[in-house]
Design a protein around this ligand. Structure first.
Ligand SMILES: NC(=O)c1ccc[n+]([C@@H]2O[C@H](COP(=O)([O-])OP(=O)(O)OC[C@H]3O[C@@H](n4cnc5c(N)ncnc54)[C@H](O)[C@@H]3O)[C@@H](O)[C@H]2O)c1
Length: 347
């Protein structure tokens, strides 16, 4: 088992890579937790892995209950959070108990938000089960829900008490959901690590993704440690996300997965960068090449007008500018404020 200590300014915690259910429960108990546990999962993940974790918690002496959310981004809404509060109440959860997110990024983001707001804060742990969640969303404490007017617009920074990663659960992912995680892995390479980008390009992680998870979590740790609240360095992780979120919204959070939308968003962002003379010529073609290799989409059907209109509700908009992340070259990114009217012409 590998341990990475995440040094968030609001408190450090460990990410354990390569764990089984029993060792998860042992670690929770060693942290002093006793009493009640509550597992939040979704309708796909719970039948696969819920029994194992619930059984281990019960064996470990926890009074355990669970709640299963309908799988899918379209359920990442405040109405689901209300159902979670109700379920926490029914189980008599108190501030000293523990909530466990077992699932992909949707379950993780919502559980972190519900845990952070129920009783003004109950501690929670993440057991991510998609590649995307294992390399990205379970670490760093961004939690929240989508609204009708935009992606992740309601939420809070709420770091988990620990993250437990078991790469073997990825074997049940569909190739498409696995590829969503590769989109975020490619993003890490593009913004911070040209060597990682090349290793992904040459398929070095196709047999075993444990090292990929380790590398990506380590990059995220460095970024989150420097800027937990997304005021500078952490914004770099949003490469491809500003346009990606707009594309997700255009598709009513159903047409494209998050990873697909980010893939398209990265192509757009590279092309905007090249048009502005900020990004090295040819970078867009390189990104298209690597995305195609992982069967990720490179363009969307939405018109420029639709995307522009969805962009206007982005969180990274301040006043009349949007803090865009652009590449200088592969492995080197920068924050580049763009006026919203200028952006309309650049799309
Ligand atoms: N908090 C952050 O920092 C952060 C970062 C990146 C993305 N996100 C969020 O993460 C979400 C996307 O996460 P995701 O891609 O994991 O999507 P997801 O949670 O919707 O999972 C995708 C699908 O895979 C299924 N699934 C999960 N684990 C499985 C397994 N082991 N075997 C079989 N099926 C499994 C799920 O039931 C779901 O149907 C988005 O809402 C995005 O905004 C958050």
């Amino acid at each position: 088992m590998k341990t990475i200590n995440i040094k968030a300014s609001s408190g450090a915690y460990n990410v354990y890579i390569g764990v089984d259910y029993k060792s998860i429960v042992d670690t929770i108990k060693k942290s002093g937790k006793r009493g009640k546990a509550f597992v939040v999962s979704d309708t796909t993940v719970f039948p696969l892995y819920g029994g194992g974790i619930v059984g281990a918690l019960v064996d470990g002496g926890f009074d355990t209950a669970s709640y299963t959310i309908s799988a899918g981004e379209e359920h990442k809404r405040l109405s689901t959070i209300e159902s979670l509060y109700e379920a926490f109440h029914q189980h008599g959860m108190t501030r000293t108990d523990v909530i466990i997110a077992l699932g992909g990024g949707v379950v993780g983001d919502m559980t972190g938000f519900a845990a952070g707001t129920y009783l003004r804060g109950v501690s929670y742990i993440q057991i991510p089960t998609t590649l995307l969640a294992q390399i990205d969303s379970s670490v760093g404490g961004k939690t929240g829900v989508d609204t009708a007017y935009g992606k992740n617009l309601v939420g809070l920074f709420n770091q988990p008490a620990a993250v437990f990663i078991d790469p073997t659960v990825l074997k049940t992912l569909s190739p498409q959901i696995f590829a969503d995680g590769m989109a975020e892995a490619i993003k890490y390479g593009l913004i911070k690590d040209a060597k990682l980008y090349n290793r992904i390009l040459y398929g070095e992680f196709s047999e075993d993704v444990t090292e990929l998870i380790d590398t990506c979590v380590s990059i995220k740790n460095a970024v989150v440690s420097a800027d937990e609240r997304d005021r500078g360095e952490r914004m770099l992780l949003n490469f491809g996300h500003t346009l990606g979120h707009a594309i997700e919204k255009c598709g009513n959070f159903k047409k494209y997965t998050h990873g697909q939308a980010v893939a398209i968003g990265m192509v757009y962002a590279a092309s905007i960068g090249e048009n502005l003379g900020v990004t090295a010529p040819g970078t867009t073609d390189d990104i298209i090449q690597i995305l195609k290799k992982y069967a990720l989409p490179i363009r969307s059907d939405e018109s420029k007008e639709q995307i522009y209109s969805a962009l206007l509700s982005d969180k990274k908009k301040s006043g009349d500018t949007i803090n865009f992340v652009l590449l200088k070259s592969i492995g080197d990114a920068m924050i580049y404020p763009i006026d919203v009217l200028e952006l309309k012409k650049l799309l």
